[in-house]
Design a binder for this molecule. Structure first.
Ligand SMILES: Nc1ncnc2c1ncn2[C@@H]1O[C@H](COP(=O)(O)OP(=O)(O)O)[C@@H](O)[C@H]1O
Ligand SMILES: [Mg+2]
Length: 195
């Protein structure tokens, strides 16, 4: 029997608006298992709570209920709903990646350096990291004339390809993708799924 890399049990998230004394439910009783080498998709209408599940796994949000059992590269199981901040930072650097719908970047950093960054964080030299970044940007069809400038002014689809390249380049064990192909043309969307 296969062991899941990620097992979510009874995950829930709600937000409390203190000033209005209101409780906004976001995700409720989410259960799922994710296995190595597989693509797992969360589907549902807008507002169903899909992004909230991903943000709970990455701990952008602290979950309100449930367990998020992740098996790390040493085979140790960690509940991401309970893990301390230091452990989460370590896992984000080494094992878990997140590609959001939005790109956050420093204004004067070149696209190549934005994409190379996760590899530099893991100890690769800047030159080697930039070579890997260039390969990934080529695979994702981002024109070479854009590599030396900042993605700040790119179109939605160009930004999304930079974001995806940065998420894919370090080959994290668990990659969380939020609407990864939303602003891409069909050919690039196919490439992303293949990668
Ligand atoms: N930070 C937040 N504060 C308050 N409500 C939020 C917050 N984030 C998400 N929500 C609410 O939680 C619900 C689920 O949102 P989300 O997880 O983004 O859904 P989906 O990704 O499926 O469209 C929505 O009603 C949304 O308004
Ligand atoms: Mg969403």
């Amino acid at each position: 029997m296969k062991t899941p890399i990620l097992k979510i049990e009874g995950f829930g998230k709600h937000f409390t608006l203190h000033e209005q004394n209101k409780r906004i439910p976001s995700s409720h009783n989410v259960n799922l298992e994710v296995y190595a080498g597989e693509l797992t998709a969360l589907i549902g209408p807008t507002g169903a709570g899909k992004s909230s599940v991903l943000k709970g796994i990455y701990r952008t949000y602290l979950p309100s209920a449930g367990k998020i059992l992740y098996r790390d590269k040493n085979g140790v199981e960690v509940d991401l709903a309970q893990a301390d901040e230091y452990r989460m930072l370590q896992l984000r650097h080494e094992e878990i990646g997140f590609v959001t719908q939005f790109l956050f970047c420093l204004p004067r950093q070149s696209t190549l350096d934005v994409v190379a960054h996760p590899l530099v964080v893991r100890g690769m030299s800047r030159e080697a990291a930039r070579t890997k970044a260039a390969e990934m940007l080529t695979a994702l069809n981002l024109p070479e004339r854009l590599w030396s400038i900042s993605p700040a002014t790119f179109s939605g689809g160009e930004k999304q390809r930079v974001n995806l390249a940065r998420g894919l380049v370090a080959r994290p064990r668990l990659l969380l993708l939020d609407e990864p192909t939303a602003s891409l043309d069909p050919v690039t969307a196919e490439r992303v799924i293949a990668l």
